[in-house]
Design a binder for this molecule. Structure first.
Ligand SMILES: Nc1ncnc2c1ncn2[C@@H]1O[C@H](COP(=O)(O)OP(=O)(O)OP(=O)(O)O)[C@@H](O)[C@H]1O
Ligand SMILES: [Mg+2]
Length: 257
């Protein structure tokens, strides 16, 4: 949500796709945003949003086929009217999830600073912290990257960002950093600046707002913590590099007429 809205605020046309439509968190986040706009009449920018439902066809192969065509239809429809399409994927290894990875130019994987989350990227030796091999998820990403490279000549830029960073656990933070550095070389991802653990992220959902919109909401006074958090979002966007991707010198919002 933060990536989508930050891109919108930079002046890009943004589409969003909720692939985790059964959980539907992103879709409800958007609904809350829409309600906020209706209620306050504030001009808060809204992306073009679509939710992709799981197919209810009878056979697995028909489901797979349906879902592939739902995704392609959404991408086809949004492609010509947007600069970026942000797809929120489910945690589960579904067919649809795989397909979506195979169309991504940039893949952003957030992970909490814990060995539990790290385990979703790589198998780690408990004593030496050596990387024993890719996890199921990493294998899937590498497979999709290879297939995309063959199909389009362009792979997937993979960014792993750390989330919910805490001030207190310096040792854990360092250990995770060291392992991530090794994994990054081995599996070909970059590490992006992460987000701190902040209550504001939990609170913004009900209004459908992000840190990039706080000035639109008179009920939320801007605090130093939020300014810092917003800076973290900007740093993440800089790591994604929308201008680099589009070949622009500046974001559209800064272009002079
Ligand atoms: N940096 C943060 N600080 C505080 N809370 C956070 C932070 N990041 C995420 N959360 C909270 O953690 C919960 C899960 O976040 P989110 O929905 O982004 O994760 P997810 O990986 O997409 O989860 P799921 O797999 O269920 O879709 C939410 O309650 C969210 O507000
Ligand atoms: Mg999610």
């Amino acid at each position: 949500m933060h990536v989508a809205i930050a891109l919108l605020r930079l002046g890009y046309r943004v589409g969003t796709i909720d692939l985790d439509a059964r959980q539907g968190t992103m879709t409800r986040y958007m609904r809350n945003r829409f309600r906020f706009i209706e209620r306050t009449r504030v001009h808060t920018p809204m992306p073009n949003h679509m939710a992709i439902m799981r197919s209810s066809a009878e056979t697995m192969s028909q489901q797979a086929e349906d879902e592939h065509s739902f995704l392609l239809m959404a991408l086809d429809e949004m492609g010509p009217i947007t600069d970026f399409i942000v797809v929120d994927t489910p945690g589960a290894d579904t067919n649809l999830n795989r397909l979506a990875h195979g169309y991504a130019d940039t893949l952003l994987t957030p992970m909490n600073d814990s060995f539990v989350d790290l385990d979703l990227l790589a198998d780690i030796d408990p004593d030496s912290h050596a990387i024993l091999g890719p996890s199921v998820y990493t294998r899937m990403v590498l497979e999709q990257r290879l297939m995309k490279e063959k199909r389009t000549g362009r792979g997937i830029d993979w960014l792993v960002m750390r989330n919910r960073l805490m001030h207190l656990d310096a040792r854990n933070k360092r250990e995770i950093s060291e392992i991530l550095d090794k994994a990054s070389g081995e599996f070909g991802f970059k590490t992006a600046p992460g987000f701190g653990e902040r209550v504001i992220f939990k609170e913004l959902f009900l209004k459908g707002l992000t840190l990039m919109d706080i000035k639109d909401d008179p009920d939320v006074p801007l605090t130093l913590s939020q300014l810092t958090a917003r800076q973290e979002v900007r740093q993440l966007i800089a790591a994604i590099g929308p201008e680099r991707i589009k070949g622009y010198r500046r974001p559209p919002s800064e272009k002079r007429n």
